[in-house]
Design a protein around this ligand. Structure first.
Ligand code: CMX
Length: 419
């Protein structure tokens, strides 16, 4: 059903892009300054992304829907939305859930591989190793090797993507139980949805935690095309590497402390505050603690963003969940106080262009409250969700025939002579 919907929409999307290229192919949408070339290409409009857009003032907009208008939808629904532009009806949701469910069994070679890794391996290294190993099952590679036409690229990319999304909760939960000595792996429950099943396989019971997982896996799904993980994934995918290799590449970027790993850094920071003050500090104490950290040359994790210039709506959604479900918890109340204290401190320091919290500032405190206390696991949760965006972007880029990524670099010598 998902596949049929896409097959109907793709020719219209292709035609639209052909028309745009014909009528406006030479129009200029961006200029590049020397500072941008040395500055991580910040702000250069140099690629397209259909699944979502990030506005500096409003944050994430998924297929035209501002995030805070759709926080009630499930991860399965957001995956359909990212791919097709529509919110699915009940039959379409069931179709995706069935497709994920029929791909949920994890082959033994994945467990053998993970068990052979050093016991102290970072969970993100374990996750991306497992995903890379699944390349052996890639239908995209199999059909490419058999000479499939370009028009079929997106179909087998989607098949691999659904295989990966179906299996990811089981792999990720297995990593959690293995890495943190939680006991035997837990078999999936066929009555549960994708996020609920993940919560169940982690071994953390309770309806509120399942609700949190639904929100978590929905909120982290996509953040347009130029962030480190999306861009790494789309660059690797543009070489027609398999979806498994391309998603693993993106997730290796997500595993950096300035990107997705900030969620582990952020909770570590909040726990440092709690331990230092033996509980929640006053705002003045917290302010001084933040200044000491900044003066020590360290960033405040969970604050700042390369594009956003407002509190991240994903942060707002998590804080809303916390206010509805959590009372009298030091960790959550420190997170709330940081929201009061950090923006004016960063503004006074005058370096960060965005003093506001990003997605990572609140999520860890909620996970911690429900007993998921192993914070070096948090980026794995982010990864399960973000894989949806990477796959959706890959399917669309391949359907639109977007060619291999190859921006031009220049030397400093060239800049001296030409700028
Ligand atoms: N604490 C202290 N300093 C900060 C800061 C923060 N939270 N955010 C930015 N700055 C500093 C930068 O380090 C930079 O300093 P230098 O000029 O000395 O190098 C200066 O402010 C300007 O940076 P910027 O243009 O505002 O921010 P960037 O686009 O370069 O970086 C980001 C964005 C997210 C990497 C940065 O804000 C940061 O390091 N934040 C903390 C880590 C974090 O929360 N990352 C998660 C982001 C969400 C995600 O992508 O997953």
């Amino acid at each position: 059903m998902l596949q049929d919907t896409l097959a109907k929409k793709i020719p219209d999307w292709q035609k639209e892009i052909q028309d745009i290229l014909k009528n406006k192919g030479d129009a200029i949408i961006s200029e590049v300054t020397v500072a941008q070339a040395y500055g991580g290409m910040r702000g250069i409009k140099g690629l397209t992304c259909e699944t979502s857009a990030v506005s500096a003032d409003d944050g994430l907009i998924i297929r035209g829907y501002p995030l805070l208008d759709i926080t009630h939808i499930s991860p399965e629904e957001v995956f359909y939305l990212l791919l097709t532009g529509d919110i699915p009806n009940d039959a379409a949701i069931k179709d995706i859930q069935d497709q994920f469910r029929s791909n949920q069994d994890v082959p033994q070679y994945i467990w053998d591989l993970l068990e052979a890794m050093p016991a102290e391996s970072h969970p993100m290294t374990m996750l991306t190793t497992a995903i890379q190993a699944m390349q052996v099952d890639s239908q995209f590679v199999k059909h490419y090797d058999e000479g499939m036409p370009k028009t079929d690229f997106w179909k087998w990319t989607l098949e691999d993507g659904i295989r990966l999304l179906g299996i990811l909760p089981g792999v990720a939960a297995g990593i959690y139980r293995m890495r943190f000595n939680k006991g035997d792996r837990i078999t999936p429950d066929p009555t549960l949805d994708w996020a609920g099943n993940f919560a169940h396989m982690l071994g953390i019971e309770g309806d509120d935690f399942k609700k949190l997982m639904r929100l978590y896996l929905m909120l982290h799904c996509d953040h347009e095309g130029g962030n480190v993980s999306a861009f790494s994934s789309l660059t690797v995918a543009s070489a027609l590497s398999s979806p498994f290799l391309s998603v693993a590449a993106g997730l290796n970027g997500l595993a950096g402390p300035l990107h997705g790993l900030a969620n582990q850094e952020c909770l570590k920071f909040v726990l440092e505050v709690r331990d230092h003050f033996k509980g929640a500090p006053t705002q003045d104490e917290l302010k001084q603690f933040c200044w000491d950290r900044l003066n020590g040359g360290r960033v405040i994790p969970g604050y700042g963003h390369a594009v956003l210039r407002c509190p991240d709506p994903r942060f707002t959604a998590f804080i809303g969940f916390g206010k509805d479900h959590i009372q009298d918890d030091d960790v959550f109340s420190i997170v709330q106080s940081l929201f009061e204290v950090v923006p004016p401190v960063l503004q006074e320091q005058g370096k960060a262009k965005n003093p506001w919290p990003n997605v990572d500032a609140a999520s860890g405190s909620l996970l911690y409250y429900y007993g998921l206390t192993e914070f070096n696991y948090y980026t794995v949760l982010f990864s399960i969700s973000r894989a949806m965006g990477m796959i959706a972007q890959m399917v669309i880029n391949r359907a639109m025939g977007i060619p291999i990524t190859r921006p031009k670099s220049v030397t400093t010598e060239w800049i001296k002579n030409n700028a």
